[in-house]
Every structure is written in structure tokens, then in C-alpha cells.
Design a protein around this ligand. Sequence first.
Ligand code: FES
Ligand SMILES: [Fe+2]
Length: 402
Amino acid sequence: MADSRDELIRMAKRTMQGLAENKGELVDAQYRVPVEYYFDQDRWQLEVDRIFKRLPLVLGFSCQVREVGSYLAVTVLGVPVLMARGSDGEMRAFLNVCRHRGAQVVEEGCGKARRFSCPYHAWSYNTQGDLVGIFEAAAFGDVDRNTHGLTTLPVTERAGIIWVTLTPNSRLDHDAFFRGYDKMLEHHHFADCHYAGGQTITGANWKIAYDGYLDFYHLPILHRNTFGPDTSPKALFEAWGPHQRLMAPDKRTSVNTLEGTPESEWPEEKLVFGVWTIFPHVSIAAFDAEGKVYMISQLFPGEGPDESVTTQHFLHTQPLTDAVKESMVSRMAFMVKVVEDEDYKTGKEIQRGMRSGAMSHVTFGKNEGGTQAFHKWVQAIIQADDDQLSDMFSTGIGTKSN
Ligand code: FES
Ligand SMILES: [Fe+2]
């Protein structure tokens, strides 16, 4: 595999060329998705079980749990998850479920602890997940502490991002899943960022919501009253397995300022433009500020096929001084408004439209290669057995890949 900086340079040049020729990427054919895939209950359940319950999901960021003993507890698709950095510095993930009678051990949120004590009868666990204390142990009777620790979940921390798989015994090969994309994401240096806040928005079906992040076609139209003017509807796509980066051959793209300087001097921060997505549920966008602000949108299916929940996480490259915090208030308010009032409002209308009987399928155009690849991966994964998954990520499914 090419060095990841060389890859960034190749993609910058590709974008410069797109800009010079005023051309986006066109794939060979259109692609159709049956409308039921966006609202059928069985189909939705299959996506939850075979995609969200089997693949590593982005559940946190290293900058939220930097120090030894820091933890993050979240509930994802009804599954309580605890991530904790042990005294050895290792990130671990567990089902946040007490092995006595199943109570949730740690309340949702971030914190720091040496021990986790269950609020029900005070059984306690260390940050490695070992059962280390039993209240009134003699009275309770024998418990094999070796087999009553918190149940571990597969976890991997790469590029400042924490991925957890909700299935305890998953054997999915992480390197196959990332296909080198983790190395690309390292160029963002998320591990050195500061967690500036998060906010949650509800939307329509998770794929309607996600389609929007893989789509530059709508930018100058739907967002005409906010950030749309001067954006390009054209896009160039890059893929590593199911993970995609979108780049716009757009005058405002930072590559525009690189012309005339030698490649070896092109600064990394100007090479990581565009939207970076992490299959199946994350989109990363960056904004210039004092330093740089990342908005990392993390999507999950909601209570049913018509609903999804998105958390916008904001990571800042600068320490969170009062001035930085203040600037984040208006930025976050703007981003929630754009997504709620423009993208997700439209998404909810689309959801009604899908159910209305007006059409039997959705057509993705030749200029919509990003959404096409996404839906092809969704389809391939829900059809694959557990044993086939790692191979499928290694070999690809016939969509293009780096
Ligand atoms: S359920 Fe946790 S100590 Fe009883
Ligand atoms: Fe949008």
C-alpha cells in the first residue's frame, strides 16, 4: 500500500485536476434501491443485527478518555457499553452490566474512577473489568471471580477514535475492516484534539440520514440559504473498503492554494479537506477556526425504521480557553440548525415520500457514486455470514477501493 502521505498528495492532485476541468466523478451506471429498504421493519432489523451489531462502531474519542482510569459509558441500540482506560493505559470495552443481577454498573457519561461499584448491591470491578469486591461476601457464598468479571467487547483505538463491537465474541478482523483507512485518519490527529461538546438530533431512517453525508449534489440547492452558495454539486470519491472520502473540485477547497509550491512542502492540514466517512455511521467534516474544528456526526438507527439519532461531536485542535468555548456556542448552534432545518427536515419528508406509494425505487445517478457504494456495501454485508465478513472486507465487493 502506498504511503499515506503519498495517497493524500495523489488525492489533492486529483482534486486540482477536477477543478481545472470542472469535472466531478461519474460512475458507469445508475443504481436503484427499492423504497421498502427505507421503511420495511424486517429489512431494518436485518440492518441493525447484521451491520450495527456485527461491525466495529465509533463509540468514543481518545481525547474524551485520555488519562488512566478515565471512562465513558454510553447506550447504543439498547446495549449499555462501558469504555475504560486501565492502569496499563489500554482501552477496554465491556458490557456495562453487573454480573450479579444485571444492573447497569456505571451511569452514562464520562468520568474517572479506580473502581466501578454497582449501585444495586455494591459488587465492584476494577478498570480491567475484574470483579474485585463482593458486598457481604461470606454471606453471599462462593463466586468464581475469574468468570464473573464484566463481559468484554472487542475494542480498537486507532487515529484517536475508539471502535467497539457490540457482539462479545466477534472474530471480525479489524485490519481487514479498516483496509488502511485508519492510517489515513491519523493525518487528522484526533488524539491531540480537545473534546468541545456534543449535541443530538433525531432524523428519518438511518440510511436517509447517512445518504446526505455522502452527497455533494444537494449542497448548492438545499443549503442555498446557509452555506450552500459557492459550493460545488460535484464530488470525487475515494474508498477503502466501505469507508469513503468525498472531495469537491471546488474553488474553496484548500488545494487551490497549493499550486506553485513543491509537493514535498504541501502542509498536511491542507491535504485532509473534504468529508471523511466511516462505515456504517460516521461522517467527519472540518472547519477553519482559530486552529480547526472537526464535526464528527455519529448516527444510529432509532426505535424503528422511520427514526435515527445523530450526535454531532465537536473536536477542537486548540485548548478550550474561554474564547474558544464561546466561539463553539455559535458554531454548534449553526450546525444543529443547518442539519435539523435543512437536511433532517428534508429527510423526514423523504421518509413520508417513500411510504406514499409514489415510487417503487430510488435512483442514484452516475454522479452519486458515494451513495451507490454505500448501498452496495449495506446489501453485501447483510447477505454475508459471520465467516464471510472478514474476507469480504479484504477482497472488496467490486466497488472501487484504494
Ligand atoms: S446487580 Fe450489581 S451488585 Fe447486585
Ligand atoms: Fe446537507
